[in-house]
Design a protein around this ligand. Sequence first.
Ligand SMILES: Cc1cc2nc3c(=O)[nH]c(=O)nc-3n(C[C@H](O)[C@H](O)[C@H](O)COP(=O)(O)OP(=O)(O)OC[C@H]3O[C@@H](n4cnc5c(N)ncnc54)[C@H](O)[C@@H]3O)c2cc1C
Ligand SMILES: NC(=O)c1ccc[n+]([C@@H]2O[C@H](COP(=O)([O-])OP(=O)(O)OC[C@H]3O[C@@H](n4cnc5c(N)ncnc54)[C@H](OP(=O)(O)O)[C@@H]3O)[C@@H](O)[C@H]2O)c1
Length: 280
Amino acid sequence: MVSETKAKVVYRELLKVDLVVLRLVPENGMPKFQTGQFLTIGVPIPAEKKIVRRAYSIASHAENKDYFEFVIRWVRKPLPGRVTTELFYASVGDEVFLGDPTGNALQISDTLPNGQKDNRRVICVGGGTGLAPFIAFAKHFHDTNDKREVVILHGASYVDELSYKRLLTDLELESEKVGRDKWNFRYRAAISRPKEYFNRSWNGHTGRVESFFKPDKKTGMSPVEEMVGEEITPDNSIIYICGYQGTIDGVIDSLESKGFVTEHEKKDDGSFGIKFESYG
Ligand SMILES: Cc1cc2nc3c(=O)[nH]c(=O)nc-3n(C[C@H](O)[C@H](O)[C@H](O)COP(=O)(O)OP(=O)(O)OC[C@H]3O[C@@H](n4cnc5c(N)ncnc54)[C@H](O)[C@@H]3O)c2cc1C
Ligand SMILES: NC(=O)c1ccc[n+]([C@@H]2O[C@H](COP(=O)([O-])OP(=O)(O)OC[C@H]3O[C@@H](n4cnc5c(N)ncnc54)[C@H](OP(=O)(O)O)[C@@H]3O)[C@@H](O)[C@H]2O)c1
């Protein structure tokens, strides 16, 4: 039996023709959930005479008791996606159905297997809308005054798909202003189609987001290691990835030789350095 509740659209921000930020408020109040989880949004599809449900990562954090936020791509090819087409026609005030928050693939690791606090650097890798859970991470770490170093890497095809660029840039500027001993945050984006005219002004990192982990042939350091100023190891960093399987595989390929294993393939002592959620 699917447990779900009605929810109202309270905010809608079209970022581009096929990318939208939605905020939803459940009719019975906000349920408890964990930062990094996802839930299903259901919409009635008249032609099918039923409610169709799809999973969406929650982009807001557990401390936000006002609404759920989502960033959603309208799937248009080869045929318009059923749920995303309905969501793109939804207006403020419209109702949808929400399932219970679920999933622990991107649950934040706060404790090591030996019981000590997990103080490792947190590196988040989001491909496209796979950034969503890491927006929740960033706000959670910020609002709970967490002192861990947090790095967010976002990959997109086009510069206008860097959906939370302003928020993430502001969080990094705050770090520089207040001091990294108080709030230690970095954000970098990668544009994978740099030669396209629309991206002509981009002067940041180019390539798919997993290329942040590829070591430079001369120095042996990857761009993310250059940024944090040291080699990343499973002892000093934990990596969270959300996106295409190709993104996940690409990051894992670069990190395996450093001794990183995923949560699914923990070491004998229960330790791991990679957690991920695939687009499926
Ligand atoms: C854990 C998880 C979290 C997710 N989080 C997000 C998120 O934060 N944001 C987000 O945008 N998405 C997210 N997704 C993806 C989301 O769940 C949906 O898969 C996506 O939005 C497409 O749903 P849809 O109903 O619009 O498309 P569907 O109708 O399911 O279509 C899916 C694909 O099949 C094609 N298709 C449909 N019908 C046909 C047909 N008859 N013949 C050939 N092809 C066809 C469509 O063109 C499309 O490419 C997440 C998925 C998972 C598993
Ligand atoms: N958690 C989830 O399951 C989840 C979350 C969000 C979205 N989705 C679904 O995933 C689909 C696309 O999502 P999106 O719009 O966010 O992504 P997108 O904007 O199409 O792509 C984001 C980035 O991923 C790269 N990419 C494309 N194909 C790849 C591959 N096979 N391997 C590695 N990288 C790849 C793109 O590079 P190029 O420029 O080279 O193409 C781009 O840099 C949508 O259907 C969406 O509904 C699922």
